[in-house]
Design a protein around this ligand. Structure first.
Ligand SMILES: [Zn+2]
Ligand SMILES: [Zn+2]
Length: 171
């Protein structure tokens, strides 16, 4: 995923847009985990700010995960923005600076593969839930409480609800 900088470098304030379609293997993301479904779309623009170049954009991806409560498969749709500054340095300095905090590039290209990879890794939800209302698994028998209530441990019913239940059962 390389942005061609030859035009945007020439003029302060000029901008160039870019868009890429990539995939988990191309990003070097763990394919065994294979949490990235289908393709990953990246789009944005680079702006010449004089001392540096600002790369902004967003990544669209789908992750296959398991709900942290009920463990069911679920799909998480991610849209992750990114915003990074890059500085141009000359070729000899390129390698020396590779572990500095600042992003740099030399020549006429900025490779954003690593940026996209890290942005996605950081954006992966750690405790995904299939729905805010997910009731999870019964800690006693492991039943998925979204599907059916189990009979263990007569749930500590809210006293207000108990009244309601009594009223309802009279019908
Ligand atoms: Zn769930
Ligand atoms: Zn149970």
């Amino acid at each position: 995923m390389k942005i061609n900088m030859s035009q945007v470098k020439k003029e302060l304030g000029s901008a160039q847009s870019f868009s890429f379609i990539t995939s988990a293997p191309e990003l070097g993301l763990d394919t065994e985990q294979n949490f990235l479904l289908e393709s990953v779309a990246v789009e944005g623009q680079v702006v010449n700010k004089g001392m540096s170049f600002e790369v902004t954009g967003k990544i669209d991806a789908k992750l296959k995960q398991n709900c942290s409560r009920c463990l069911e498969d679920m799909i998480t749709q991610l849209t992750v923005p990114f915003n990074e500054e890059y500085r141009e340095i000359d070729g000899k300095e390129c390698e020396k600076n590779s572990d500095l905090e600042i992003n740099c590039f030399c020549g006429d290209e900025i490779d954003i593969t690593e940026l996209v990879r890290e942005t996605l890794l950081l954006a992966e939800p750690i405790k995904p839930v299939c729905s805010e209302a997910c009731r999870g698994l019964c800690p006693e028998c492991g039943a998925n409480l979204n599907i059916n209530a189990c009979s263990c441990n007569p749930v500590k019913t809210d006293p207000r609800l108990a009244v309601l239940e009594k009223l309802l059962s009279k019908d």
